[in-house]
Design a protein around this ligand. Structure first.
Ligand SMILES: NC(=O)c1ccc[n+]([C@@H]2O[C@H](COP(=O)([O-])OP(=O)(O)OC[C@H]3O[C@@H](n4cnc5c(N)ncnc54)[C@H](OP(=O)(O)O)[C@@H]3O)[C@@H](O)[C@H]2O)c1
Length: 328
């Protein structure tokens, strides 16, 4: 553990990315506040967070919900930084798109206002997604931070059940950047591609599940793997902390270390894990889906960040975690 670096707030501590980030922040010498949504009867099992090394002294859990934008105020009070990671993830579309988008935007603006009011928050690191970049009619192999997804285009392509999520991410990142500019708030956005690797949250993270579709034999998900950009869980947490600490950080940063086609993924997995019945390249012909462009992490790398993990670690560690938690 490093020396005390101050107190930061992470929203959505029960989630895949946020829980890993909290673990790393505690190891890096930060104290952390985190927010969780109240469960039925206000009880949530957060023992996987409270049992983290250092948590008994350095982690404090607050209740907050994006549906109540002002509910984040007490968690943010006194913090030097905020990592806004929480987002509604509803791939079953139980709620209308407008409701999800409004909740995400209003909740995020509530968080940003609380950061301004706190007078202590020096920087906000907002977790965006590559889905804010790659969905438009622009035809290029690789995209950078200058590209934005187009909401009407997202609606037109009917991309599995992810439309409302992708629209809410695109609209919210834009609005967050505009709000920050207008109010002089130091805000940077981290834009991860598919996050693959280990996890400490009890839930099977959706992106780890999808990336393992060939291992799990879930053919209906193969359409999402046509040209997959990926990054390791720990590299995402490291990039969040790097961008919080890097004095010159400005604007958007893509965080993605590998892009591979479905054929390359099939070859990689079948050579590495012969114990699983990975589909052959031949059998993948005719898989339908939307081939997204790759995304470039050049801006993040030019700032001095280095990725630490490759595809081997992403899949080895994801498989290991799935075995330990009974998902495989
Ligand atoms: N996983 C990826 O591949 C990936 C890629 C790019 C970007 N991201 C971004 O990374 C962030 C975290 O995603 P994740 O993969 O860790 O997803 P996750 O495990 O589903 O975490 C989402 C978190 O948001 C919380 N949340 C949902 N609705 C909320 C609400 N109304 N109020 C407050 N909190 C709410 C969830 O709380 P509950 O536990 O109560 O549901 C959960 O803690 C998101 O911003 C996502 O867009 C993820």
């Amino acid at each position: 553990m490093e020396a005390d670096k101050g107190k930061v707030c992470v929203t959505g501590g029960t989630g895949f990315v946020a829980s890993w980030l909290i673990m790393r922040l505690l190891q890096h010498g930060y104290s952390a506040h985190t927010t969780v949504r109240p469960g039925p009867e206000h009880k949530r099992d957060v023992s996987f967070l409270t049992s983290l090394p250092g948590a008994s002294k350095k982690l404090q859990i607050f209740q907050a919900d994006l549906s109540i934008p002002e509910s984040f105020e007490s968690a943010i009070k006194g913090c030097i930084g905020v990592f806004h990671v929480a987002t509604p993830v509803d791939f079953e579309n139980k709620e209308p798109e407008e409701v999800i988008v409004k909740r995400t935007i209003d909740g995020t603006l509530g968080i940003l206002k609380a950061c301004l009011n706190s007078k202590t928050v020096k920087r906000v690191v907002y977790t965006s997604s590559a889905s804010t970049i790659v969905f438009s009619d622009k035809v290029v192999d690789t995209m950078d931070e200058g590209f934005w997804s187009n909401v009407d285009y997202i609606k037109s392509i009917n991309y599995f059940t992810f439309g409302p999520y992708m629209i809410s991410k695109t609209s919210t990142e834009k609005i967050a950047l505009e709000f920050a500019e207008e109010h002089g708030l130091d805000l940077v956005t981290v834009i991860p591609s598919f996050i693959v690797g280990p996890f400490i949250c009890p839930k099977f993270p959706g992106s780890v599940h999808t990336s393992m579709a060939m291992i799990l034999g879930e053919r209906e998900q193969y359409g999402l793997l046509l040209n997959l950009s990926m990054v390791h869980t720990d590299d995402v947490a490291r990039a969040h902390i790097f961008l919080f600490e890097y004095p010159e950080a400005r604007g958007r940063y893509i965080c993605s270390s590998h892009t591979i086609t479905i054929e390359e993924l099939s070859k990689f997995l079948s050579a590495k894990y012969p114990q699983f019945p990975i589909p052959t390249v031949e059998s993948l012909k005719g898989i339908e889906g939307y081939k997204t462009p790759g995304v470039s992490p050049k801006k993040l790398l030019d700032s001095g960040f280095e990725f630490k993990y490759g595809l081997d670690e992403m899949f080895d560690e994801a498989i290991q975690c799935c075995k330990e938690k009974g998902y495989l």
